[in-house]
Design a protein around this ligand. Structure first.
Ligand code: NI
Length: 147
């Protein structure tokens, strides 16, 4: 029986915004990728690893959520404010940066149960008009032994 690699490959077709694809191709070119398919496979793996990593965290964490959004997108600022008020117990502070004419960046300092922080992060990820959300966090130190 043959187990050629191609046997396990699935062919998909997808629609992407022109600019996203052009930006992706630029990255591939800079990284000397010969094949777009290989680039997409690697990008998918990165996406999966990042999600799994976020999912495996446990306990109380302190961290930063970085959100980049298009403030011209109708309702996005209100939705972001709404979500943040909902999670005010986990949010210690936030900073707004007017990044470009179009884009804003919000840096949100969070502290608390990682399940709740993850919920907050994913709610913001799902909002239309939000282009990028990244959570970085570390154990918040409450379980560390004092010196
Ligand atoms: Ni702004």
């Amino acid at each position: 029986m043959s187990h050629r690699r191609a046997d396990k490959m699935m062919r998909i077709s997808m629609s992407l915004p022109k600019k996203l694809l052009a930006d992706f191709d630029d990255v591939l070119k800079n990284r000397n990728y010969q094949s777009r398919s290989k680039g997409i496979r690697d990008a998918l793996k990165d996406y999966i690893v990042r999600y799994q990593w976020m999912n495996e965290m446990e306990g109380d964490r302190i961290g930063v959520i970085t959100v980049i959004y298009d403030h011209y997108y109708t309702g996005v600022m209100e939705s972001l404010a709404e979500v943040q008020h909902e999670y005010r117990k986990q949010i210690n502070a936030s900073m707004h940066v007017h990044m470009t004419q179009k884009y804003c960046m919000e840096v949100i300092v969070v502290n608390g149960d990682v399940n709740v922080i993850r919920e907050l992060t994913e709610k913001m990820m799902r909002l239309k008009g939000v282009d990028h959300v990244k959570l970085t966090s570390t154990a918040n130190g409450e379980n560390l032994d004092p010196d």
